[in-house]
Each structure stands twice: as C-alpha cells, then as structure tokens.
Design a protein around this ligand. Structure first.
Ligand code: RB5
Length: 170
C-alpha cells in the first residue's frame, strides 16, 4: 500500500465463510500500521452473518468508526444487513473498478467482499484502492444527501406505524 492510504482505524467483521480472508485482510491492514478493531468471527464454525454485519455497521452508523470492512461468502448478505443502518453506505466490491467508484461517487464507508468469490491478492488490491481513493463530492454529495432524506422518511414512517400497532393486551 502507498502512503496515500488513509490511516483511520478500521472495524472489521466476517462470518465463517470469509474467516480465512478476514485474517489476511487484517494482516494487510496491520502491516500498514492501520489500527484494526476485529469483532469476529474467529473460526470457521457456522455463525449468522447478520450478527457480525450488525456489529460493524452499528459502529459506523453511530460514527464511532469512519470506515468498516465486512466479509461473508459472497458479500451479499453482509451488504444487505449493513445498509439497514442509518448513514451506512456499504458497497459490495469484488472487483477493483467497483471499489474505486464506490469511493469516488458513493463515499462508501463500509467495504464488503466475498470470501468465496475473490482471493487474497485481489482483496488486497481492492482494500488498497478503497483506502486510497477520495470522494469526489459535488453532484455526488447531493445524491447522498437525497438518500439521507429518504432514511429520515423511513424512520418517521416506522414511528407512525409503531404508534398504530394494536397493543398486546388488546
Ligand atoms: C454462508 O453459508 C453464506 O450464506 C454467507 O457467507 C453469505 O454468502 C451470505 O450472503
């Protein structure tokens, strides 16, 4: 990795299907003197990707970490879970071009990869590009602001629905 790589601490998580790749990605980050918070999983015993996705995404959502990395077999489940959290922009990038564009245009704050899709060498290149590439801002910021507004609408709708739910003691 070059000196352009951002040095912000990274929170990382995976399920059993991507445990070996998580260990390799973590080693790449540590080698570059990047602080890593590893929330697991730490073996190839079967776990639910949703639990580990939530651990990482919740801490990016609250702003405790600016950036996170999630890995599961395909990357699909982790990206679905992570994007449930407000202010999270999780991007599934199993190729280099997507990784670069996810930063330039989408200001992605969580990188997701599939441990059963890509190997260590490509994952290393993807992480490097993702950490080096800045957000372009401008028209892309306006688009992100638009979907932050949609998140607020979704939250208000949820609150309204909750207020109209019949009570359990009916
Ligand atoms: C686990 O078998 C697998 O479903 C999971 O790693 C992931 O690919 C889900 O999207």
């Amino acid at each position: 990795m070059s000196t352009n790589v951002i040095q912000t601490p990274i929170i990382i998580g995976c399920d059993h299907a991507a445990y070996p790749l998580k260990e390799k990605v973590k080693a790449h980050l540590i080698e570059k003197a990047i602080d890593v918070e590893d929330v697991g999983t730490n073996s190839d015993l079967s776990v639910d990707y949703s639990d580990f996705g939530a651990k990482v995404a919740s801490q990016v959502s609250t702003g405790k970490y600016d950036r996170g990395i999630l890995l599961c077999g395909t990357g699909l489940g982790m990206s679905m879970v992570a994007n449930k959290f407000p202010h999270v922009r999780a991007a599934l990038c199993n190729d280099l071009f997507s990784a670069i564009m996810s930063r330039r245009h989408n200001d992605a704050n969580i990188l997701v990869m599939g441990g059963r899709v890509i190997g260590e060498a490509l994952a290393g290149e993807i992480v490097k590009a993702w950490l080096e590439t800045p957000f372009e801002g401008g028209r892309h910021q306006k688009r992100i602001d638009n979907f932050e507004n949609l998140e607020r609408i979704e939250q208000r709708l949820g609150e309204k629905l909750e207020n109209h739910m019949p009570s359990d003691n009916g």
